[in-house]
Ligand binder design. Structure first.
Ligand code: ADP
Ligand code: MG
Ligand code: MG
Length: 885
């Protein structure tokens, strides 16, 4: 039989999987000589066995417990169940990952009518003994016998009322004695049999209750939310009791070794005198700040400070400690790495390095990359009073206030007139982008965390609350309702994208500041990481932001947004509607100077760093009016006879829109296929890039344009374009009489490109993985349909572990990526390879990119710090690169 029971002195901190976090740390603290009441831990394996055997305690388990209990009895000098001087124990659950809401701890186990007398005599304190007993009955009944806690609380209240006292601890001994009888009567009436008096039986019932609690609803929900495996099981700690409720030289408390919200190095916590266990958090009495302990029990405080320091040194991390004081003596009951805010996390990591407690390598592992998000967005002043009217999903962090508008065009218009607006809609579509750009934030009544609004807003670093079902949008009346409240267009509303709150009126904001600690910390990450981190940026403003956040270049400049806007769209439409090449070239000639201006701005803002510019990617119909709308419009014109003169033009437009209509645009005429059909469109873009590069070079800027061809599947496509790229570059350089460096390459976003990467590399100087399309085409999932319809079933039924559009599917998509890296570098060992999909800013995917040997990741500017940290963590924790170089 496996060893199911470990005495505290047999365990260690790194045995968390077997002993649970609490048990492993109790063992560790015992072994470094801290005052921990002796005890033992039943392993998580015993819990697993319990379930495997159909919810039966493994044979011999309790025998083992009692054998080990003998050792504990010896250490403490008391016997379990001894009527004269009983050993009492606590029974505490403790899984590998701390799981609030699993099982409440049972204290004072081992008490019954005989032992309580012994305890009273021995301590000469009947009041204390009865208090301990009534607490035990209450906890045991709640946790093990599943009789509602509130029943006992009511009886307690009645007793306090009868004795005319406010606080529990004012009840005299005989009142508590009476209460015990009432508790027991209540148990008997509920259970149909008396409260178990036999200490051994109490103990095995409690152990089983802990095992059972592993699968209670709260625990299952918590594990699902936090992606903790349901197979781990929980450990059970059985520990001899110490008492914080024996008088005013006793107490119990919890403390962090540093302030968990700011990171400041001061003890932070609270305690209660003459109290036991959970009284501190239960809010029965207001606890004292830990600093008070210095006055009340100076000796204990000194000892506590020393212990806190020792624990920090030992664990090399900020600790969250639970302790009890019995008759002026300090006991440690728990320690673990303390949870902290993002700001505190960075400050603590920084301080620990400066205090010489940890190395930079260790320090960068102390902060969760995703948490940094919180530090990079404007936040609502935490001290402000808010009028919260509804709550949606916290889709994109940060806070925004603005006048409510219900239409993307209105948002753009109002913003042009200098108004701050909040775009409110049922949901957003790609047609709303300009309105989202113009708005301070986005609020939708439908759609989840991966809805269009949410994804785009996060990409823009713009606050967003989505799926706020409490609001009813009425587009005709331009208003929304929450309950009976009506909010009209132009009313001021704020949203908090970190909490999902929708707030009436404006709210005071605080700017995010990159503190000295934060900047230094990210600097350490840069020293340790191997991956380059670039940003996806389409405008000079984004490029500047990206540099502020530490981007080392642009990994993706999309050019399609540059084809939108009032001054351009008409020319773009003229280009699309053109009859033949000559007419198309004419339309393009209007676009050329504008594109050149775009690239000039971006290359200049990123001077000294590479800028990867992707040529036009989306299907052309995206630049034309919607087919159905157009049909309706024409039908109306025909019926009403209004604007008859415009009818032929409209009909011609409809004809063109029809011919461009595609059954599956995602797999249709888009990407470089446009450039194959209409080479002059791509040529215009190439010329615009090189003209801008030539001008900047002349002006003394160092520019590094990378011309990127999207959606290739064959080396012959690349040959077709490469010829043109080089010819136009040569022409521009000759005309301008300057030389600049440029490269050309391709996105890898279709399986065939990944499969034939060795060939594509013959005419590519770089690859960049477009993992959104690569995921769609590898899985055969269209993202919008998958996320809207069936992906949640795949996740719920555990067919897929993660949403592959958020975390790279290492097994499938990742396999293609590995192949492409290997194939490409076989042909061209110095091939530059990066990723520019949304995955490039997601920590788990960044780690994968590190492992397969990419050169860089690229993500939205706001995610750059996250990617820098994730890249450093990947380098530190995975060590050697497994890739091909
Ligand atoms: P949780 O996981 O909910 O924090 P714990 O098992 O840590 O539950 O128990 C909660 C509290 O009960 C502890 O912080 C401590 O105050 C008290 N407690 C647990 N075991 C003992 C013990 N052996 N002696 C005294 N108090 C204890
Ligand atoms: Mg605890
Ligand atoms: Mg793509």
């Amino acid at each position: 039989m496996a060893k199911y029971v470990y005495l505290f002195n047999e365990g260690k901190a790194d045995m968390r999987a077997l002993l649970g976090g609490k048990g492993a740390n109790l063992a560790e603290m015992s072994n470094i000589g801290l005052p921990v009441p002796p005890g033992m831990t039943i392993t998580t394996e015993a819990c697993t066995a319990y379930y495997e055997q159909g919810k039966k305690l493994p044979n011999g388990l309790m025998d083992d417990v009692f054998v080990n209990l003998k050792v504990v009895e010896k250490k403490v000098g008391k016997l379990f169940g001894d009527p004269a001087d009983p050993l009492l124990v606590s029974v505490r659950s403790g899984a590998m990952f701390s799981m609030p809401g699993m099982m409440d701890t049972i204290l004072n186990l081992g008490l019954n009518e005989q032992t309580v007398k012994g305890l009273a005599d021995k301590t000469d304190n009947p009041r204390f003994a009865y208090d301990a007993f009534r607490r035990f009955i209450q906890m045991f009944s709640d946790v093990v016998l599943e009789i509602p806690k509130s029943d006992f609380e009511r009886l307690l209240e009645e007793q306090k009322h009868a004795y005319k006292v406010t606080y529990d601890q004012e009840l005299p001994a005989e009142a508590l004695r009476g209460l015990i009888d009432k508790y027991k009567d209540h148990v008997k009436s509920k259970l149909g049999k008396p409260f178990p008096e036999e200490p051994r039986e109490q103990l095995s019932m409690a152990v089983e209750a802990v095992f059972r609690s592993w699968n209670n609803d709260r625990a299952i929900i918590y594990r699902n939310l936090n992606k903790i495996s349901h197979d781990l099981g929980t450990a059970v700690n059985i520990q001899s009791m110490v008492f914080g409720n024996m008088g005013n030289d006793c107490g119990t408390g919890v403390a962090f070794t540093r302030n968990p919200s700011t990171g400041e190095k001061v003890l932070y916590g609270e305690y209660l005198t003459n109290a036991q266990g959970e009284d501190v958090v239960a809010g029965i009495r207001t606890p004292q700040p830990i600093a008070k302990l210095k006055d009340e029990m100076p000796e204990v405080f000194k000892q506590f400070v020393a212990t806190a320091e020792l624990l920090e040194k030992h664990y090399k991390n900020m600790q969250d400690i639970e302790f009890t004081i019995e008759r002026g003596k300090l006991y440690m009951l728990q320690t673990r790495n303390g949870k902290r805010t993002a700001a505190a996390g960075v400050k603590i990591a920084y301080d620990l390095v400066n205090e010489g407690l940890v190395t930079k390598r260790d320090a960068i592992l102390l902060v969760e990359p995703a948490q940094l998000d919180k530090l990079l967005h404007r936040q609502i002043d935490p001290s402000a009073k808010l009028d919260v009217i509804a709550k949606g999903l916290p889709a994109s962090p940060g806070a925004a206030s603005g006048k409510v508008v219900f239409d993307a065009d209105d948002a753009e218009q109002w913003a042009k007139n200098g108004q701050k607006v909040l775009l409110v809609s049922t949901e957003t579509t790609p047609d709303d982008i300009h309105g989202m750009v113009a708005a301070q934030g986005i609020l939708t009544s439908r759609g989840g965390m991966t809805s269009h609004a949410a994804v785009v807003a996060r990409g823009m670093g713009k606050p967003c609350v989505c799926g706020c079902e409490a609001i009813k949008v009425d587009f005709d009346r331009k208003e929304f309702m929450v309950g009976s409240k009506v909010i009209k267009e132009g009313d001021l509303v704020s949203i908090d994208g970190a909490t999902g709150n929708v707030i009436l009126g404006t709210v005071p904001m605080v700017e995010p500041t990159m503190s000295k600690e934060f900047l230094t910390f990210l600097g350490w990450a840069d020293e340790l990481k191997r991956l380059g981190v670039r940003a996806n940026a389409d405008t000079p403003e984004d490029a500047v932001k990206a540099r502020e956040f530490g981007a080392q270049g642009i990994g993706l400049t999309r050019t399609e947004h540059m084809f939108m806007g009032q001054d351009r769209l008409p020319h773009v439409q003229a280009m699309i509607l053109a009859d033949g090449e000559a007419e198309r070239r004419k339309a393009l000639s209007f676009l050329l100077p504008m594109q050149e201006g775009d690239f000039y701005g971006i290359l200049k803002a990123m001077e000294g760093f590479p800028v990867c510019i992707r040529l036009l990617d989306p299907p052309l119909h995206e630049f034309l009016p919607d087919m159905t709308e157009l049909m309706v419009e024409i039908a109306e014109m025909k019926i009403t006879g209004k604007d008859a003169a415009e009818l032929p033009a409209k009909e011609a437009l409809l004809k063109k829109v029809r011919t461009l209509h595609e059954f599956n645009p995602m797999l249709g005429h888009r990407g470089c296929r446009l450039g194959i059909t209409f080479p002059e469109v791509y040529e215009m873009q190439m010329r615009a890039i090189f003209n801008a590069a030539a001008r900047l070079t002349k002006e003394g800027y160092k520019v590094l344009p990378e011309v990127e061809i999207p959606l290739t599947i064959d080396v012959n496509e690349m040959k077709f374009f490469k010829e043109r790229i080089d010819a136009i570059a040569a022409e521009v350089m000759a005309a301008a009489q300057v030389k600049f460096h440029y490269t050309s390459g391709t996105m890898i976003e279709l399986p065939r490109a990944a499969l034939l990467a060795d060939e594509l590399a013959e005419v590519s100087e770089f690859f960049s993985f477009g993992t959104n399309d690569l995921t769609q085409t590898t899985l055969g999932f269209s993202r919008d349909d998958a996320e809207g319809k069936f992906l949640s079933d795949y996740l719920d039924k555990k067919i897929l572990k993660e949403n592959p559009f958020i975390v790279i599917d290492r097994k499938g998509v990742g396999k293609l990526m590995r192949m492409a890296v290997e194939g490409g570098r076989k042909t061209k060992p110095d091939l530059l390879v990066g990723i520019c999909g949304e995955h490039g800013g997601e920590p788990n995917s960044v780690e994968f990119c590190h492992i397969i040997g990419l050169d860089f990741v690229s993500c939205s500017p706001y995610r750059v710090p996250i990617a820098r940290l994730a890249a450093a963590q990947a380098a530190v924790s995975t060590g050697e690169v497994l890739g091909t170089r």
